[in-house]
Design a protein around this ligand. Structure first.
Ligand code: ADP
Length: 646
């Protein structure tokens, strides 16, 4: 019996509202998830780009740090006596080479003097001979020579290449206020076409009158590109980006200009020549990237007694940032010398291995979106399952309540009959023998009904636990059917129901448990009688049929022309304890176990149970059983553990 408190429509509406509400929450979550994932990926792109830029800056500074000891060795002195200058330079160079991480980085050091003269002097510092030897102005040095000459003339402001120093100080001029440790050095420059570091030194000499005159000497340090590209840069890249093979980025240092070419590449496939990169920065120059807090004072301390030569294209405002004190922690800053628009310009390029930072972030964005939506999808499925399960549990609980009510009702009817008949006998109301016998029979019939009911419940319980044992044997369908018709005559006869039996001649034997099959047919016949309505007819039909999937089979159909069922009821009638609302309302006795029991027993014998029904027209239940091939045993559906085949 259904609880009258909640109407099924109201309950269904409640469930639908709950499902719609949860779906809405899920959709909202999905939207939030989508938006936050996008925000996170945008922030990640931003972060990756800026940290990549930082790493490039670190790499750039690393190059400056690498050159710093060399620059410190050659920091501007207030004036080196010219006659001992070359030895002094060689001495400095040797000192640097002894402690340098990559002493081979400087391939050759040249000293250029007398640049205003017609034949400027060029000397090579020979570390082996410990003296300077004349060198040639080779082709790549010619533009530098012209630049140095112009730069010198402009910086000194007059045609002479020498400046007269303070005559009162006859010794070499020294800094007057600052200690030598804080003494400024002149800017460091690089000619990226040679390539060579370029730096000016002040040398002093005595003129004919014995006065000290200062002149400028240019130190040109030729860089070894192989040491730079194969040792210095790989180490710096590894320090800033991790191992080349494991790094998320490919790094290249290229020379841009008339002829573009790689100086270094962390990955052979990335030459940077197409200039497609996630970040790039000049290797030299770009003073705006220097840490402003650590900038030296705007003007160099005075008192050197000589002007610091400034390169021709050097911006005097920017030059302030170029001057480095020897006690500063920062890397030395080196500016490229500009000759024209097609100057080579060294750049560091970085590209993400997935093509670009955007591509890498997009792929992780799509991945996390898929994971998030997957989780939401699973959540949706789980929620649906929970709702479905909870609905099922409620339905099951309702069915069980109905079952208990139905069984109680089933028990009460025969018990009432038994009690009444027994009471009459006990009270002596019935004293003649024939009536006592009639009462006894009534008690027996009712008790038999009780026994059948209990048996059915026990059998159902056994089939549910797979504990029922089947004894399969070859039997005649006709024999079984006749037995069932005879047994059910106690039902059909009093109800005035005619039973029509149609059996196809020469039916093959089937391999079944005869008792179980009889029980199944009995259940179907009982239902046909119970639900036959006003019609007083039931039909039994046995025949052979050929199923395209299963082969030949014997079908035994039990048909009635009674109440019939709605199509949606057919989905439930094989579920335990289900009874249609119509039959419950009509108080037709039953417990909802007959059909589930019949179905599981038929399937355990390798067959199946089908139904066709139309409301108010009747129903037809058919048991399909396979015909054993050549009398051999058919292959039944998996039998329960307790099944025994004969
Ligand atoms: P019971 O008959 O004890 O209620 P069953 O499991 O045998 O339990 O049947 C389940 C339900 O299927 C019945 O309550 C009834 O609603 C429906 N049903 C079964 N057989 C028929 C039939 N021949 N005609 C109409 N409805 C039927």
């Amino acid at each position: 019996m259904k609880s009258p408190t909640n109407s099924p429509i109201a309950e269904n509406l409640l469930w639908y509202a709950l499902v719609a509400g949860l779906a809405l929450v899920l959709a909202l979550l999905a939207l939030l998830q989508y938006r936050s994932t996008r925000l996170v990926s945008d922030a990640t792109t931003e972060h990756l780009r800026s940290s990549l830029q930082d790493s490039l800056m670190d790499l750039r500074q690393g190059v400056g740090q690498e050159l710093k000891p060399l620059c410190s060795e050659f920091q501007l002195d207030a004036g080196i006596p010219r006659n001992s200058a070359s030895q002094e330079y060689i001495h400095r160079l040797e000192r640097w080479r002894r402690t340098a991480a990559h002493p081979g980085l400087i391939a050759e050091v040249l000293v250029a003097r007398s640049l205003d003269a017609d034949e400027p002097e060029l000397l090579g510092l020979n570390e082996n001979l410990h003296r300077a030897t004349p060198a040639k102005w080779t082709r790549e040095l010619v533009p530098l020579r012209a630049w140095m000459r112009k730069s010198l003339l402009q910086s000194l402001g007059y045609a002479g290449a020498t400046a007269t120093l303070d005559a009162t100080d006859s010794t070499a001029p020294r800094p007057t206020s600052a200690s030598s440790a804080t003494h400024p050095i002149s800017p460091w420059l690089i000619d990226e076409s040679i390539p060579a570091l370029v730096h000016a030194e002040i040398e002093t000499d005595r003129d004919a009158k014995g006065k000290t005159v200062a002149s400028i000497a240019w130190i040109v340090m030729r860089l070894d590109l192989r040491v730079l590209g194969r040792k210095v840069l790989p180490e710096l890249v590894q320090r800033n980006f991790g191992r080349e093979s494991e790094s998320a980025y490919r790094i290249a240092v290229i020379s841009l200009g008339e002829s573009t070419g790689p100086i270094y590449s962390s990955d052979g496939s990335f030459q940077g020549s197409d200039l497609i990169s996630d970040a790039s920065v000049n290797l030299f120059g770009r003073p705006e990237f220097l840490n402003r807090e650590k900038r030296p004072p705007a003007d160099p301390p005075s008192g050197t007694g000589a002007k610091i030569p400034l390169p021709l294209s050097y911006d005097p405002a920017g030059s302030r940032t170029q001057i480095l004190k020897s006690d500063e922690d920062g890397p030395v800053h080196i500016d490229p010398i500009h000759y024209g628009d097609n100057d080579p310009n060294w750049h560091i390029l970085a590209q993400h291995r997935q093509g670009s930072v955007e591509a890498a972030v997009a792929s992780s964005y799509h991945r996390s979106l898929a994971i998030n939506f997957g989780v939401l999808f699973l959540l949706g499925i789980t929620m649906t399952l929970i709702i479905a399960n909870s609905r099922r549990s409620r339905r099951l609980a309702q069915l069980q309540v109905d079952f208990v009510a139905g069984v109680s009702h089933e028990l009460r009817t025969p018990l009432t009959g038994i009690v009444a008949a027994a009471q009459n006998i006990a009270d002596g109301v019935v004293d003649d023998k024939p009536r006592i016998a009639r009462y006894g029979n009534a008690i027996l019939t009712q008790a038999q009904q009780l026994t059948d009911l209990v048996e059915q419940i026990l059998l159902f319980s056994a089939t549910q636990k797979n504990a029922h044992r089947y004894h399969l044997q070859l039997v005649d369908v006709q024999t079984i059917l006749d037995g069932c018709i005879k047994t059910s005559s106690t039902l059909t006869k009093p109800a005035g129901i005619s039973v029509q039996r149609t059996i196809q001649p020469a039916l093959p034997q089937i391999l079944v448990d005869p008792k179980a099959l009889s029980q199944c047919l009995q259940n179907l016949i009982t239902n046909a009688v119970k639900y036959s309505g006003a019609s007083r007819w039931i039909g039994l039909e046995a025949a052979t049929a050929a199923d395209p999937m299963r082969g030949s089979e014997v079908t035994i159909a039990v048909e009635d022309r009674g109440l019939g069922m709605q199509p949606e009821e057919l989905l439930h009638i094989f579920k335990p304890f289900y009874r249609s609302p119509e039959v419950t309302a009509a108080q037709i006795h039953g417990n909802g176990l007959g059909l589930p029991l019949t179905k599981s027993m038929v399937e355990a014998m390798g067959g199946r149970l089908t139904v066709s029904s139309r409301p108010k027209e009747g129903s037809r239940f058919t048991i399909h059983l396979p015909i054993p091939r050549n009398g051999s045993q058919p292959s039944p559906a998996p039998l329960s553990a307790g099944n025994a085949n004969s």
